[in-house]
Write a protein that binds this ligand. Sequence first.
Ligand code: GAP
Length: 441
Amino acid sequence: MEKSQNVAATTTMEKIVSLAKRRGFIFPNSEIYGGLNSCWDYGPLGVELKNNVKRAWWKSVVQEREDMVGLDAGILMHPKVWEASGHVEGFTDPLVDCKNCRQRFRADHLSTVKCPECGGELTEPRRFNLMFRTYLGPVEEEAAAVYLRPETAQGIFVNFLNILNTSRKKIPFGVAQIGKAFRNEITPGNFVFRTREFEQMEVEYFVQPGTDEEIFRHWLEERYNWYINLGINPARLRLREHGRDELAHYAKACYDIEYLFPMGWSELEGVANRTDFDLRQHSAHSGTRLDYFHQETGERYVPYVIEPSAGADRAALSFLLDAYHEEPDKDEIRVVLRFHPDLAPVKAAVLPLSRKEPLVALAREIRKDLGRHWVTEYDEAKSIGRRYRRQDEIGTPYCVTVDFQSLEDKAVTIRDRDTMEQIRVPYQELVPVLRDKLEDR
Ligand code: GAP
């Protein structure tokens, strides 16, 4: 695993925000009403990208492993969950207000005692709980206050027995979950890096105490390599160990996997050793015994938990940033998103060389065939050169060009996004050839 290197971020956030809007990856939320602070919507290409990120994660942590199962728990949970987990008491940030300009800041993010905007005097820090509260039931005064979950992890802990009793898994085993989480962040920002509504991809891996440190290292390596295998430049990925004063209230050890974002090295994913904290807390608060009986040895113990916790939005953002390349192209700049094929929103675009029949009918037929296997696009507008550029800019690995000769030789041209090389293949062989190419990287 690489340690810290001396490299530059690939691009600026402004360029990515602009490309994301222009090409339909990510839009400002409620834009026609002026937007909602730090809220974003994933557009047609963004939803494909984020789905591909989540699919790749699920494949790696569930599908390819014997020791993992999945879960999809509710966003709303019993309020006692958050008392037991420590979030009601401890999930707070220190908040200060400027007495002059009224802006709010996280006290732990400030390097001065004055307001960084206007130099005004700041209030004493107050603890501010990050959980969103809402009410279960139609009459607010009578209804129970509940929280929108600030992490998906607790849904796994409260289902520990259900999963143990139904999945026939033996320790060590783990549970994976992808879902929305909500935090009333004091200082959201940097595009989708820190928002108030986001998606987490979390694993809670249950182990016998004493084996936790070795399994912790296994997961750290697995998760680091996941980003590298999906194309992240190793020079922009590093591990950072949490200092004692930084550790969350439940953690014995924690590493952040950090990416070199345009604003600097920042957390992409955390891998924590949560010990037996959560299961013990839920046992005590619920009165339900949450432990494990080891049949072979006759031992009974409360498992320790190793938790790799990633953000789908941060991962999608880092893949977008890392894929971004600008290259000189005659008098212009060619923008290419060099996505790993598994992540590319569109796998192939079918481009007829002319808008005339019967070329268009053939091209549409080919697009329909490819559409049975992958997300594809059909585009007949403007020059072929412009259409290639458009596909480069959204990261489509292959363009399939249908020309008049195709009517004669029943073959098409495949153009590679990265090498720009072109090969001619019979369209009967198009699906297996593209499959080989897409799976080969
Ligand atoms: N269960 C442990 C946990 O929630 P965390 O470090 O607070 O740990 C895990 O969050 C991951 O969730 C982060 O590494 C990040 O990718 C993502 N995440 C956390 N807060 C976020 C926010 N406000 N906006 C976007 N992603 C966030």
